[in-house]
Ligand binder design. Structure first.
Ligand code: PMP
Length: 435
């Protein structure tokens, strides 16, 4: 009998004993193609020799040094690499241990920033419905998934939500993408005015929505219009790239494709590539300066921030993903994945939409293609697809609640960037078979 409180109690899980490249093997000798990199984490696959070496070297030097006493050259180097790769305007890095921690830190930075500059009245957070920003209290409050929030709502801080940019379901008949972006920007502006034009501190969004919608990117100009609304009212823009960042969509940061730079950017998952838990917040000079010239302190911290082994792993991951051939493979394999899925599933009566960018692809499952009607949630299509895919030796990331937190199903694919053409084809075959 297990002594672990597993997430889904009563489920029997296979025992993963080894990993090699895009494959995981269990103790029965069954091999699984990791088509989702866990949850968009293992961007370089399993057991990447260069990352393992970097970690071993660091373990032989020093494994832990508390940041109230020391910095380490590996953490400093990682921060430099990230700033170097980030768009201009993101000049500093705060290291944490994962995605939720990154979101919490970004929210507290936003709040402290306004306190430091003498605007303590700014306290509201606006995010989007159908979003996921983590499971800790502040991150959960920020996320807009009704189902996840339901039982915890009484203990969550107050947050506000507007519509996501989700053209497949929300674009009106005859509406252009430009008009749609305009409509969403107007909704955000209305929400700001409703809360008070100098009362909002931050707007939070994922550039390409992962877990809750299944690789849904914004229409052209949407994020630019959001940025304009934020600027007009002095609101900080927090882009959550925990899932879509670190090369997942074909550029190191997903926001690069939108021509937008946030004030704060959260990253995690692919940053550590699954080798170590790590996350980070990238912040602008403006925010850093407010702290430096103000109290001289960011009033926040965790025991494991800047962990040397995590930093060594992440530094090597970042070095590898920033090699030109790596993003070229993401683009090429991403196109192959999309084309393969289009061909295998495009005509399926149960597939409403196939979308995404780079090696971040989503398949939306419907009961009726014309009306986009989802399956009855009681049928749990997403968990059945997950099970069927696993039986066929494929790990993918299906989720329910695509439409409103309860109804709708989608499958997210996020394989390692080292994937080869024949392995992409295997994902397509196994997934379409499972569906
Ligand atoms: N933000 C986004 C966009 C995420 O996808 C996730 C994890 N799925 C998180 C935050 C939280 O990250 P973690 O699970 O590492 O706390």
């Amino acid at each position: 009998m297990t002594k672990i409180l597993h997430r889904t109690i009563g489920t029997t899980f296979p025992n993963a004993v080894s990993g090699d490249g895009v494959f995981i093997t269990d103790d029965d000798g069954r091999s699984y193609l990791d088509g989702s990199g866990g949850a968009a984490v293992s961007c370089l696959g399993h057991n990447h020799p260069e990352v393992l070496d970097a970690m071993k070297v660091q373990m032989g030097r020093i494994s832990y040094a508390h940041t109230s006493f020391f910095t380490t050259d590996v953490a400093e180097r990682l921060a430099e690499q990230l700033v170097e790769l980030a768009p201009d305007g993101l000049d500093y890095v705060y290291l944490v241990s994962g995605g939720s921690e990154a979101v919490e830190a970004a929210l507290k930075m936003a709040r402290q920033y306004f306190v430091e500059i003498g605007q303590p009245h700014r306290r509201h957070i606006i995010a989007r419905r159908q979003s996921y920003h983590g499971n800790t209290i502040g991150a959960l409050a920020t996320g807009g998934n009704a189902w996840r929030r339901a039982q915890f709502k009484p203990i969550l801080p107050e947050t506000h939500h507007v519509s996501p940019c989700y053209a497949y379901r929300d674009l009106r008949v005859g509406e252009t993408h430009e008009a749609y972006a305009e409509r969403l920007a107007a909704e955000l502006e209305d929400k700001v005015l409703e809360l008070g034009e100098d009362k909002v501190m931050a707007f939070v969004a994922e550039p390409v929505v992962g877990a809750t919608l299944g690789a849904v990117g914004p229409v052209a100009n949407y994020l630019k219009r959001v940025r304009q609304v934020c600027d007009k009212y002095g609101i900080l823009l927090i882009l959550d790239e925990v899932m879509c960042g670190m090369g997942r969509t074909g550029t190191i940061f997903a926001m690069e494709q939108e021509g937008v730079v946030a004030d704060l950017v959260t990253i995690a998952k692919g940053l550590g590539g699954g080798f170590q838990p790590i996350g980070a917040v990238l912040l602008s000079e403006k925010i850093y300066r407010a702290f430096a010239d103000g109290s001289g302190l960011f009033q926040h911290g965790h025991t494991y921030i800047g962990h040397p082994i995590a930093a060594a792993a992440a530094s090597k991951v970042v070095e590898i993903i920033s090699r030109p051939e790596m993003m070229a493979n993401v683009a090429k394999m991403g196109d192959r994945l999309q084309a393969g899925l289009d061909e295998a599933l495009g005509q399926s009566p149960y597939v409403g939409d196939i979308r995404g960018r780079g090696l971040f692809r989503g398949v939306e499952i419907v009961a009726d293609k014309d009306t986009k009607q989802p399956f009855d949630s009681a049928r749990k299509m997403h968990s059945r697809i997950k099970k069927e895919a696993m039986r066929r030796g494929l790990l993918c990331y299906p989720m329910g609640g695509t439409i409103d937190g309860v109804h709708g199903d989608h499958v997210l694919l996020a394989p390692p960037y080292i994937i080869r053409p024949e392995q992409i084809d295997l994902i397509v075959d196994r997934l379409s078979d499972a569906i």
